[in-house]
Design a protein around this ligand. Structure first.
Ligand SMILES: [Zn+2]
Length: 555
């Protein structure tokens, strides 16, 4: 759903919650500037204006003291410093040992393959450490109550594994086909409310990108759509139509670009003709992919981690709701043709495509996803299909500008990681397909979503205040996917990933449904933005429990 000033809300939480007394007083400061006291003027008077150009005077960033390619980002409320996300060394906390000496064990922790996230909310700090212990990111803020309750299973998530060595390419019996079809509106008339004041144009074409994997017994269709979202009624129509044409397992994965119109109709206007065009174009992409179906030589997959130095992927991805909590993984699954070249590259990472907002630029665009897919295809060949991840609350771009050019720049930089993930990809040790789909009932208790779903643009059953949406587990070779019908928060995504055995583990967000934010029960905040634009308090836990079951399924 539309990202509106989550950061401000974070600060509202920070300001209104009881201020806890740190166990051992450590000043909550950045380069000596104290949180809640230092002002923008104090900082610029002492350090000079930031040499890093940004779109707003409140968006202040200074080059990291140890790596000028990185920077520290500062956040202000009422012109006072409230949060620093620092990639500079803080001499108090050079490594994990020093952090634990100061504060003891972390309240919550996520262990990634090459990095670690340590949460000390009660102390007013969060840290990122490299696997060897060196601190690479310090987040400093005024202390708040712990975010993850004591004893909750989420307290320590361990995603680090010893993977078996790569095997020789396994000759596969799979057929794979791929295609893309432009879904840019044929006409801009009627795609927005007649009352809209803005005049829209197209900055970059949007696409339906499709891949089919087919064995003797099974087939899987993955469709990546450059849309903000689609209603359950439309997704169901597309899946039903494709089922009748012989494709029973279709995942419609929406990128969530904020530079396309609201094709759900949630914000008051449903562009029916355009929604119908997207369904037709998406189906056409699948049918064209079916025409291209051909035997492939083998499957390969790989995952790399982007650096979380500074508690974010500098200039690319940050968490606006829970600063520091970012999934660094970029994964690629490739089907390699008989000529040794990729037929398809499935690219996955988690971030809102909202460098641009339509209301600012008036230009339709796939946001960073368009350039990401194009660059990967240019470098590697084949058809690239982008699947978004657990991007909820609130993985958002860390970019300095909100323009089409900035979105393209972000896409280019992300493509470097995707290409590296492909370079490090290893051959799958098996080539089969496995799919299991379950129908999940979601009680809709949030007022805005409930009102909307009780009077949807096209008929869709709501029974006793509940809607159903599908979740699936898919294995393609030894890459494992769990699909989620909305914007699941990273915590839940990490928990599900922890249970997955796939060599490559992918949570596909906004897949076969966009129910809004799916929030872990422990983190549900009354009247929060994400809370209002999701199914309600139960949505996250339902997704979590079904997701954990699906994660444990093996072919
Ligand atoms: Zn969203």
């Amino acid at each position: 759903m539309r990202y509106q000033s989550s950061l401000i809300m974070l600060f509202c939480v920070l300001l209104t919650q009881t201020i806890c007394q740190p166990a051992q007083a450590q000043q909550h400061s950045w380069r000596g500037f104290e949180m809640g006291k230092a002002t923008i003027d104090d900082i610029t008077a002492k350090l000079g204006p930031s040499p890093i150009e940004t779109a707003g005077r409140q968006d202040l960033r200074y080059p990291s003291t140890q790596d000028s390619n990185l920077c520290d980002r500062l956040y202000f409320v009422n012109r006072k410093l409230e949060l620093a996300q620092s990639a500079s060394t803080d001499p108090r906390f050079p490594n994990r040992a020093a952090i634990e000496e100061a504060f003891g064990a972390p309240e919550a922790e996520v262990t990634f393959q090459t990095q670690e996230y340590l949460d000390y909310s009660e102390e007013g700090f969060r840290f990122i450490c490299a696997a060897g212990g060196t601190t690479t990111g310090v987040l400093s803020f005024r202390p708040v109550p712990r975010r993850v309750p004591r004893g909750y299973p989420n307290t320590h998530i361990n995603l680090r594994r010893e993977l078996p060595p790569a095997t020789r390419p396994l000759p596969t019996v799979l057929k794979v086909g791929a295609a893309q079809v432009c879904i840019t509106p044929k006409t801009l008339d009627g795609i927005q409310s007649p009352d809209a004041k803005q005049e829209l144009h197209v900055d970059e074409d949007v696409f339906a990108r499709a891949a089919i994997f087919q064995s003797d017994e099974q087939s899987v269709v993955l469709i990546g759509l450059d849309v903000f979202g689609m209603g359950l009624w439309d997704i169901q129509q597309l899946r039903n139509s494709l089922r009748e044409k012989g494709f029973p397992n279709v995942i419609v994965a929406m990128s969530h670009t904020h530079a396309n119109v609201d094709t759900i109709g949630f914000y008051g206007y449903y562009p029916e003709d355009y929604a119908n065009q997207i369904l037709k174009n998406a189906e056409e992409a699948v049918l064209r992919a079916a025409e291209n179906l051909d035997s492939v030589s083998h499957l390969q997959s790989g995952t790399i981690e982007m650096p979380l130095a500074g508690g974010r992927v500098v200039d690319l991805i940050r968490n606006g709701r829970d600063p520091g909590l970012v999934d660094p993984s970029v994964s690629v699954l490739q089907a390699i043709g008989a000529d040794g070249k990729p037929v398809v590259n499935i690219v996955h990472l988690a971030c809102h495509p909202e460098v641009i907002r339509l209301k600012d630029t008036n230009g339709l665009s796939p946001d960073f996803v368009g350039t990401l897919c194009r660059k990967v295809t240019e470098q590697l060949g084949g058809q690239t299909v982008f699947l978004n991840g657990a991007l909820g609350g609130m993985l958002t771009p860390d970019t300095r500008f909100r323009t089409q050019e900035a979105a393209e720049e972000m896409g280019t930089r992300l493509s470097v990681f995707a290409i590296e993930a492909a370079r490090q990809a290893v051959s799958c040790s098996k080539d089969g397909l496995f799919v299991e789909t379950v129908s999940v009932e979601y009680p809709i208790t949030a007022a805005a979503i409930s009102t909307f779903l009780n009077n949807p643009p096209k008929p869709y059953p709501v029974r006793d205040g509940r809607v159903t949406a599908d979740m699936s587990v898919i294995w393609i070779g030894d890459a494992q996917f769990v699909t989620v019908p909305g914007e699941v928060l990273p915590d839940i995504g990490f928990e599900i990933m922890q249970e997955m055995a796939g060599r490559t583990r992918v949570i596909v967000g906004l897949a076969n449904g966009e129910l809004g934010y799916l929030i872990p029960g422990f983190d549900f905040r009354a009247n929060g933005y994400e809370e209002r634009t999701g199914p309600g308090a139960a949505g996250g836990e339902i997704t979590r429990s079904i997701g954990l079951q699906l994660a444990r399924r093996r072919p």
